[in-house]
Design a protein around this ligand. Structure first.
Ligand code: PGA
Length: 248
């Protein structure tokens, strides 16, 4: 695992954006695996900026997103489709039909999930998968569990995830209780993984993912088995690794 140690959120965002931009420049028709949440927001801002400066184009890029809340329409301002439109897609030249975000309103989740996986497989898997990490170590919405789930699936969100995401909703009760998430199979099938983290509240999750036992209790720990992971994190998120004497 290659680790980029960055000073703060902005430096982390700039570095993450550079890694993504590098992929797009080298492989203009790549399949990007994209993520939502506070972590990638800054990186998306850089990518939009660089697109506006004519430095990068997404015109042949394909994308698949990691997850979506069950029950939220694409127009809901907390849906992940809405997040992707407003943070990236609406501001760059990506072709709308080339972007996929799980459908939170699907009537047939099982069929939807297997079609999502079939699409990813048909493209030879994702070229670069961007990941944030939950405080509990989740990647996508693969929550701590007693086993890893390989396929795209409907997941019951952990109470800690509902707590963490309540800040985006009027009340905690408004946070959806389920999501559709890409499984560990599609994530581990990605040719490259770009894991990003910022802030002290991610320090345990990062430490456990990098140094802890490989266990579904900390889903991020599976990344130790992936051959091509780049971790871009700020010093606060790396603080437990640094304190343990890991060279970063
Ligand atoms: P965050 O979420 O980027 O909003 O911290 C990351 C995650 O839960 O995967």
């Amino acid at each position: 695992m290659r680790i980029f140690r960055e000073k703060d959120y902005d430096a982390m965002s700039r570095r993450a954006a550079s890694v993504i931009a590098g992929e797009v420049v080298h492989n203009p028709s790549c399949l990007l695996g994209l993520a939502t949440g506070s972590t990638p927001e800054g990186a998306y801002k850089y990518l939009v900026d660089w697109y506006k400066q004519g430095l990068i184009s997404f015109k042949d890029v394909l994308s698949v997103n990691l997850d979506e809340y069950v029950g939220l329409a694409p127009t809901h301002d907390q849906s992940y489709r809405y997040f992707m439109q407003s943070n990236l897609f609406d501001h760059v030249d990506i072709v709308p039909e080339h972007t996929r975000v799980p459908d939170g309103l699907t009537k047939d989740a099982k069929a939807f999930c297997s079609e999502y996986d079939a699409y990813i497989r048909s493209k030879g898997y994702v070229d670069m998968q961007l990941l944030g990490i939950g405080r509990n170590g989740h990647i996508g919405f693969n929550e701590p569990d007693d086993h890893f789930v390989k396929e795209t699936h409907v997941v019951d969100l952990a109470e800690s995830t509902i707590d963490a995401n309540a800040r985006f909703f009027a009340t905690r009760d408004d946070v959806p209780k389920q999501a559709i998430s890409m499984g560990i199979g599609a994530i581990m099938g990605a040719k490259k993984v770009l894991l990003c983290a910022s802030g002290e509240d991610k320090a345990d999750a990062i430490y456990n993912s990098v140094c802890g036992p490989i266990t579904p209790k900390c889903p991020g720990s599976i990344l130790q088995l992936h051959k091509n992971v780049v971790l871009v994190a700020d010093e606060a998120a790396l603080s437990k690794l640094i304190a343990a004497g890991v060279e970063v």
